[in-house]
Design a protein around this ligand. Sequence first.
Ligand code: UDP
Ligand code: MG
Length: 322
Amino acid sequence: MNSNRKLPVLALIVPCYNEEEMLGIAIKKLVDFLADYVSRGLIAQKSFVLFIDDGSNDATWSILESANQECLKAIKLSHNVGSQHALIAGLTWVVNRVDCCISLDADLQDDISVMEQMIADYKVGSQIVYGVRGSRDTDQAMKKGSARLFYKIMKKMGVDLVYDHADFRLLSNKVLLELQKYKEVNLFLRGLFPLMGFKSSLVYYDRQERMAGETKYPLNKMLQLATNGITSFSNFPLKLITYAGFGIFVVTFVISLWVLFEKFFGYTVPGWASITLPIYFLGGIQLLALGIIGEYLGKIYLETKNRPRFHIEEEVDFEKMR
Ligand code: UDP
Ligand code: MG
């Protein structure tokens, strides 16, 4: 366990995609926070902020390159890989260079003042500290509603998630090392950490308004992330097909008995509804089932290729430049 005697080296890990409007504020705030923590003897002098430019096509990289702050490091990915892979790039880069790290979004929607509590929890033995959104008043009703539904579905499917926790968390170097063993391409980080089972704690905060720029997670990207979360951690949708199939089988069996009864003992008229309805219904169910199976098959296909999850094109380390 970590003791108070040695100050921990901390890295703040910030993925950025087209964040030119936000970066100036983010750099200043995070550098100030770090300097404050260092001066108050909470963390080691060698602590740093690591920005990951996730293939932005605006001025993000040039702002980072010219930031010229000693405690700032930046890596530029060769193309946009999405925040989960950008985060993994950062988490991989800091392995064995730090004692712990905190990942957070560039828009500072996650209240950075609670980082102090995270560090305090780490010092008394937490290997993972989850930042949990106590209130989400600043989120749009649609985002709040869809998030709530998502957590409910995940829970029903038996996936252990920390409710209302996104990617604002502290990880110890031990966890970072273990994370390297997870090679999956279909990444859903917030589902992985509870699975790892290390000693953890929660820190609550109120989610703030995005200070500048706009969300990089429109509805389609959010749906993609949610689908990935479900299909990467649960095969419940596949089971659902079996259950639905069984249910339909029972219903059609009963209908068949009725049809036979009518044929031999009743009066039958060729019916349009009884022919067309099953065609539509079964056709729909079959397509849905095929779609779900295809979703998993696609995942297996991507995983078997075992391709790298990101490529680092450039690095900037202002400490080394001095
Ligand atoms: N982000 C990224 N790559 C992407 C999309 C987003 O690195 O392809 C970063 C983005 O710059 C931000 C974080 O991921 O730092 C979260 O994105 P955002 O704040 O736009 O999402 P929201 O809070 O609206 O869900
Ligand atoms: Mg945000």
